[in-house]
Design a protein around this ligand. Structure first.
Ligand code: ADP
Ligand code: ASP
Ligand code: MG
Length: 404
């Protein structure tokens, strides 16, 4: 007997037929004598629909109420799945965020799970009951409903695996594992049998939507092994775990990721003296604007410089507004390009393979792709390029690093 956390994503519960199919997966696991906690997402598209509805009222919809609205998607799937399991003759119950409760801290739309109450649920599990819990949400100390960021049901599943000390945490989704790049965009992508937390964290932070980054981070912190697998086939999935002593260095690059929600801002001719960069970035950080890459060019007069940095595309208007109202900086002009994307190669084997950087730049040049910014770490190399070149770049890098 094992205690299992099974998480089902939006596509997996996207229709009534699929919910019935998921109920059968859970039934089999339960009949194999396992204790099951199922974590569910909203039906695919539902959370986006709810956001669109709020936007029809205001682009600046009250965040507390937005969390009440967005959390409703998961409530629907919880009830439908629990109802379906009951129809199959199984003992089953859904628990909503406030009924458990799942305690969070942090601001609305971006809260973090910090604890939850386990007694009632453990008791129900010990009576052979199946537990269904909504992903993506919790309640604050004040009792307000909160959500924990897009794709957050992954993080709920990992938090539950940790707090309930489960034996497995299985992420059921619409692909049968983690691939070398998005298999829906690049069909020659290859499934990765096992991957380290570090590599998975880089891939997901750099755009591989298959796992949510904060879920991977929590799993890494508490050493919770994850398995990503398909709701629709029985093929073996991908195991994500600590591979400190077991890293496969035969391949320099494990995967290629990309994100298309980036923007690049350049401030022209700011003074080249101590404190200027701090004056630029301090108000951005105070306003929760996440700056990704920063490049500074020395200008020919050696007195002024241009500073370029990248941010999320949604933050462009806010960032420019902050810069324009910043009395502590002087510059000639600000320009921006919000049609850029970030393409990254990730691999623990990169550290020990010389020439990876050169190979990446050469192959992009061969495709006539201009690099607008570069950032590196031990196990990843990212470039900002024009958005139109994204898939061409991903394909080329996938081939050149022998991942096809
Ligand atoms: P869920 O709704 O189950 O949480 P998501 O849509 O969040 O599923 O994540 C699964 C999707 O992630 C896949 O359909 C695939 O298009 C995308 N994806 C992006 N990069 C990768 C990758 N490297 N491996 C697998 N899937 C990926
Ligand atoms: N329904 C939420 C979202 O679409 C959470 C999730 O699916 O993981 O972001
Ligand atoms: Mg997801």
């Amino acid at each position: 007997m094992a205690k299992k956390v099974l998480k089902f994503g939006g596509t997996s519960v996207g229709t009534i037929d699929r919910i019935l199919h998921v109920a059968n997966i859970i039934k089999k696991e339960h009949e194999a004598n396992n204790e099951i906690i199922a974590v569910v997402s909203a039906m695919s598209g539902k959370t986006n629909d709810l956001i669109q509805q709020s936007k029809k009222i205001s682009d600046n919809f009250n965040k507390r109420e937005l969390d009440v609205l967005l959390s409703s998607g998961e409530q629907v799937t919880c009830a439908l799945l629990a109802g379906a399991l009951t129809e199959l003759g199984l003992k089953c119950k859904s628990w909503l965020n406030w009924q458990i409760p799942i305690l969070t801290e942090g601001e609305n739309l971006n809260a973090r799970i910090i604890n939850m109450s386990i007694l009632k649920i453990n008791e129900f599990l010990s009576q052979k009951g199946i537990v269904i819990i909504p992903g993506f949400q919790g309640i604050s100390r004040d009792g307000d409903v909160t959500t924990i960021g897009r794709g957050g049901s992954d993080a709920t599943a990992v938090a539950i695996a940790k707090i309930f000390n489960s034996d497995t945490c299985e992420i059921y989704t619409d692909v049968d594992g983690v691939y070398s790049t998005d298999p829906n965009k690049i069909p020659v992508a290859k499934k990765i049998e096992k991957i380290s937390y570090d590599e998975m964290l880089e891939l997901s932070s750099l755009g591989a939507k298959v796992m949510q980054p904060s879920a991977v981070q929590t799993a890494m912190m508490y050493n919770i092994p994850l398995e990503v697998k398909s709701t629709f086939t029985n093929r073996k999935g991908t195991k994500i775990f600590n591979q400190d002593n077991n890293i496969d260095y035969t391949k320099s690059v494990t995967g290629v990721a990309y994100s298309k929600d980036d923007a690049k801002i350049t401030i022209l001719s700011v003074a080249d003296k101590p404190g200027v960069a701090a004056n630029i970035f301090e108000p951005l950080s105070k306003n929760q604007i996440n700056v990704d890459m920063v490049i500074q060019n020395i200008s020919s007069d050696l007195r002024t410089t241009d500073i370029t940095f990248t941010i999320k595309r949604d933050d462009v208007a806010k960032t420019i507004n902050i810069l324009e109202n910043n009395r502590n900086i002087k510059y000639d002009d600000i320009n921006y390009n919000d049609k850029v994307s970030k393409v990254s190669i990730v691999g623990a084997g990169m550290v020990s393979t010389p020439g990876v950087t050169y190979k990446m730049f050469r192959s992009l040049a061969d495709e006539n792709i201009n690099i607008l910014a570069i950032s590196t770490s031990e196990i990843k190399l990212s470039v900002i390029i024009n958005e139109d070149d994204t898939l061409k770049a991903v394909k080329k890098l996938h081939t050149i690093f022998e991942l096809d």
